[in-house]
Ligand binder design. Sequence first.
Ligand SMILES: Nc1nc2c(ncn2[C@@H]2O[C@H](COP(=O)(O)OP(=O)(O)OP(=O)(O)O)[C@@H](O)[C@H]2O)c(=O)[nH]1
Ligand SMILES: [Mg+2]
Length: 450
Amino acid sequence: MTDDDTHSADPDAPDPTTERSGKRALVAARNAETEPDTTEIRELAAATGYVVVGSVTQRREEDPTYGLGRGRAEDLMRLAATTDAEAVVYDGSLSPGQTFSLGELLPAGVAVLDRPRIVLDRLATAADSRSADIQFELAQLRYELPRLREAAARDRETVRLRPEGRGRVLDLERRIDTLEDALENITADRSQRRAERRAAGFDLVVAAGYTNAGKSQLCRRLAESGNPDDDAGADTPASVADRPFGTVATSTTEAALGGRRALITDTVGFIGGISHETVASFRATLEAIRDADCVLLVIDASDDPDTIRRKLRVVLSAVGSASGAVVPALNKGDRVDATQLAARTDAVEAATAALRDEDVAVADAVRSPIPTSARDGAGLDDLVTAVTASLPTATTTVTVSYGGGMEAALSWAYDRGVVADVAYRNEDVRVDLAGRPSTVDAAARRFDQS
Ligand SMILES: Nc1nc2c(ncn2[C@@H]2O[C@H](COP(=O)(O)OP(=O)(O)OP(=O)(O)O)[C@@H](O)[C@H]2O)c(=O)[nH]1
Ligand SMILES: [Mg+2]
């Protein structure tokens, strides 16, 4: 086994004397099947403000006490001492007991953070809206509660029955209840807002996918191309960044997609290795996806096919089911050639088929992938065509009489639906209209049908 173990001070780590910001952290990773790949956990640590100064990796089964085997855990302890690390970031989930045991082994003051914890920290430090704040505080408290219980239990073993520990647990439980109530209200508000937006004739398109796939950049592109008069880049809520969790709260922008009035919602990305409860705490993201008219599933085509399959599994399993169609965009197409793109298209289709066989309901809604580049704009027209084709659509032909209200009537039709044809006749104007079924119904009530 030891052949597969590695531990090293990081040769690429910044010189501690010149590094200005960031806490020093070690990365620890273990995998039963293969030598662990630490790329993603390093990116997460960096996005959370840590400077990775070394790593310990190991190929073996999970150790019940430390996660890593005892020998590697001791290597970690020594490396922490020589590198003056302030934290150990473990690439996986640690039980409360494992967190404590590892903490006790490490030099005093070295924090132990597992993958769910670092994701929560990243989201919490960057959270900027009321509901995001509540969601992340809630997720953090839910994460803390079993650990506090563990601490209280350990306290009782050493010092005879300490009441403070139990009191803190009760405080936490009460706070969780309060936040859950607050979140219920926000959820109801959001659902109401979606209903109002639909009633106003908007199609709800939601960009979703693994973190760093290019969701925000694609949303920005679609909003710009749908609003050519807009000052490009002005009032862009979406944050584009080359790191995990550039976006930490959902945001919505209006855009014209192939003549349809759409609202495009950019969401918080998914990431592997997070327990289902924690993912469920990304409630706004999941709600928006499940309730969308069309989900724009953004996939990073610059990943290799295995990574694409793994990430797609994480995303679709977390979503579970959705009411609208799912249109995959194989984004960052500018970074691969045609042969590589074909292999990635196959990977998306194979992963979707596998999930369909496992009865992951949303897999049934997944359409053919469309290659795109949010960077250079390639494929966006095809993407818009695929998205609009998937939207709920009805058609009708109505007539509008000449006279005072005609202009207002026509502008209503152009505003709300897609006007396929206008025929100016002797007595009236005939308009072929397509759009949301509710919009078409409204048109039928408003005008004479012919
Ligand atoms: N080459 C290339 N880079 C892209 C493309 N789309 C996005 N990127 C880059 O990929 C990185 C991530 O883009 P974002 O739009 O922030 O990705 P995201 O999916 O919103 O990420 P999170 O919000 O962190 O989940 C940024 O550095 C973008 O500039 C693309 O089509 N081609
Ligand atoms: Mg984003």
